[in-house]
Design a protein around this ligand. Structure first.
Ligand code: NAD
Ligand code: MG
Length: 391
């Protein structure tokens, strides 16, 4: 088998580095061809020294200049590119069959969409892109014949529990009754509403089971991550929110389930380690070693499930309302959330202000058709302005 080139969008992040960990276990199958990041020069230099990519992109121009001189200094051949343009070019590059979409937030939209339009195998970690542009993104993938493989552990689990000839974008078979989307519940699962008012960023980023970037960690704490994932599931599997049932499962061992009309419930289990879905996405339909330790159910002892609490964690219902509203509402939800989370991480607002801000933005702005990238980016921009005023 020929070695396949991989473009990793967001290589210096948690998903990016886990992807490189899997790739480096299989040098006979994959090569890190292009790595991209925003500003983290020292991290990117380290990755270039280890993986020798053909291209390294720093979106931030000053960071690109710094990286270029350091790359030259250590005698590497990696070509350093600057700005957002190269993200899109490399995601659609003819020498790249596989794109890992792992930029965090709306910044990932254009390159992820470019990979879908170019008919790549798209390993989709960046859920925000799909939330913002669902209909447009899914139709671009369908038109080009792109193969979408979900990397979000829950959606990866669901995909694994669907029939083997099922592909993302198709409506799930009519024998599927329900999708059971699991959620850890985050670090504040047992906190009272009163105590949520005074939690800080450091506490929010201490996820009980997963080690992830800051933004998704806060999203997990508010349950907005599950809200975004609910929307993600509706697009990937062509189901309505009423067919997706969120189950809080604090052990994060059952990564999600699919219920069939004969009463069977299929589940995918594993240790909470993103290298499992990443290896699955890279090698599908084959399975390869991921470097993940074996699941020890004797050590786990119990698997428990709870209903989500909409009173303490309103973000989940805000997300399903935005999806029902349709059009650009989900792009506005996502943008308001990004602004509110960034403000919370800086210590400028409290934790419970996050859903308040999102809710007020959605009440103030009206949703339009999400039929072009321009209308989606405009809605994103308007929601950011509105949310920033409320911070
Ligand atoms: P992270 O914060 O660790 O990494 C983010 C990456 O995006 C970095 O490489 C950074 O350089 C890049 N980036 C940030 N801003 C950028 C910009 N403006 N332009 C270009 N690049 C930019 O995030 P993460 O935890 O790896 O998450 C990445 C994505 O994967 C998110 O969408 C997240 O929801 C999703 N995801 C992550 C996990 C996980 O376990 N970490 C699980 C499921 C889904
Ligand atoms: Mg997830």
């Amino acid at each position: 088998m020929a070695i396949q080139n991989v473009c990793i969008l967001g290589a210096t992040g948690s998903i990016g580095k886990n992807t490189l960990s899997v790739i480096s276990q299989h040098p006979d199958r994959y090569r890190a061809f292009a790595l991209t990041a925003n500003t983290n020069v020292s991290e990117m230099l380290g990755l270039c020294r280890e993986h020798h990519p053909a291209f390294a992109v720093m979106v931030d121009e000053a960071s690109a200049i710094a990286l270029r001189s350091q790359i030259k200094g250590v005698g590497l051949k990696t070509e350093v590119l600057a700005g957002e343009g190269p993200l899109v070019e490399l995601a659609a590059h003819t020498d790249v069959p596989i794109v890992m979409a792992a930029i965090v937030g709306a910044a990932g939209l254009l390159p992820t969409l470019a990979a879908a339009r170019a008919g790549k195998r798209v390993l989709l970690a960046n859920k925000e892109a799909l939330v913002m542009s669902g209909a447009l993104f899914m139709s671009a993938a369908e038109k080009s014949g792109a193969l979408l493989l979900p990397i979000d552990s829950e959606h990866n689990a669901i995909y694994q529990c669907l029939p083997s000839d099922y592909r993302c974008g198709e409506t799930v078979p009519s024998s599927v009754k329900r999708i059971l989307l699991t959620a850890s519940g985050g670090p504040f699962r047992t906190h009272s509403y009163e105590s949520l008012k005074s939690v800080n960023a450091e506490q929010a980023c201490k996820h009980p089971n997963w080690s992830m970037g800051q933004k998704i960690s806060v999203d997990s704490a508010t349950l907005m991550n599950k809200g975004l994932e609910l929307i993600e599931a509706c697009w990937l599997f062509d189901v309505s929110p009423s067919a997706v049932d969120v189950h809080i499962h604090p052990q994060s061992v059952v990564h999600s389930m699919v219920e069939y009309n004969d009463g069977s419930v299929l589940a995918q289990l594993g240790n909470p380690d993103m290298r499992t879905p990443i290896a699955y996405g890279l090698a599908w339909p084959e399975r390869i070693d991921a470097g993940v330790s074996a699941l020890d159910l004797f050590a786990t002892k119990e698997l428990t499930f709870e209903r989500p609490d909409a009173q303490r964690f309103p973000c989940l219902s805000l997300a399903s309302q935005a999806f029902e509203q349709g059009g650009t509402a989900c792009a506005m939800l996502n943008a308001a959330n990004e602004v509110a989370v960034a403000a919370f991480l800086k210590g400028n607002i409290g934790f419970t202000a996050i859903p308040d801000i999102i809710s007020r933005v959605l009440d103030t702005l009206s949703s339009n058709e999400a039929d072009s990238i321009e209308s989606i980016l405009l809605a994103d921009q308007e929601a950011r302005v509105q949310a920033s005023r409320l911070v």
